[in-house]
Design a protein around this ligand. Sequence first.
Ligand code: F6P
Length: 319
Amino acid sequence: MKRIAVLTSGGDAPGMNAAIRSVVRTGIYHGLEVAGIYQGYRGLIAGDIEMLKITSVGDIIHRGGTMLRTARCEEFKTDAGFERGLNMLKMYNIEGLVVIGGDGSFQGARRLSDAGFPTIGIPGTIDNDLAYTDFTLGFDTALNTVVNAIGHIRDTSSSHGTVNVIEVMGRDCGDIALYAGLAGGAEAVIIPELDYDIDALCRTIIHGKKRGKLHSIILLAEGVGKPYELAEEIHRKTSSDVKVSVIGYLQRGGTPTPSDRILGSRMGAHAVDLLRTGSEGRAVGIKGNEMIDIPLEEAIMMKKDYDKGIYELARILAI
Ligand code: F6P
């Protein structure tokens, strides 16, 4: 293999730049040429491709977002769009591809691999919604951002004695809410994987107030949603003043944590090693601090569940 390429696709995630840098530099270190494809599969179809040098990825390891930019591309899901993308790879003499993105991006990577094109996936998404890996790239940074936000909101919650509903991202996965809830000392965490009991929630709030708690933080995953309706119901049942904060895109950006930079660097290098040694159609992940890889197909199919131990601990610690 002489020439490989890298693209980022779907929602951006902090740490993607570290992964791009790692793919480019380990690729060049091992004698490969590395092309950068801009704007994910959209740029692939359009031929928005350029050869990258060691210096092309300088000064990016500490930056959020992705220097290759990204897109969600419906056209690549069509047969015509897919064929155009595949032909573009051939036109540029690209022999292997690293796709950095979430499960939607992995679907495209898998299709390429099924068509015989060597493709490796790196899980880049703040959502931590891929079951085969302990962590996805960007999750740790998003968590830090959310926990900081909780700290700020807790100050005002304690000062005014308000109940604060905080909605965080994660699509159908409750991990950001769950882990941030534990790290931020939330009174309750509401995730899509689990039904919640509004009366039990309100009892927790009233009990907390009675025992002298000044703040009440309710972490709500976007997969459950409806934060204003929830606030209204809590107000009706507890007579508390309830405020809502939807953190939104704030949690997708920002400088990546050291953990995400290290994870991106390791995953990028592992992806290049796989291509160099003739493995294809694999998804890179981390398990117990070891780099792993499994077939893309399995990575897409595996069903993610929430961590019951973390959930229970967050509940107990909120008493
Ligand atoms: O997958 C990352 C994510 O930020 C999700 O948490 C969220 O549901 C979604 O992307 C938002 O997507 P968009 O950028 O298309 O609004």
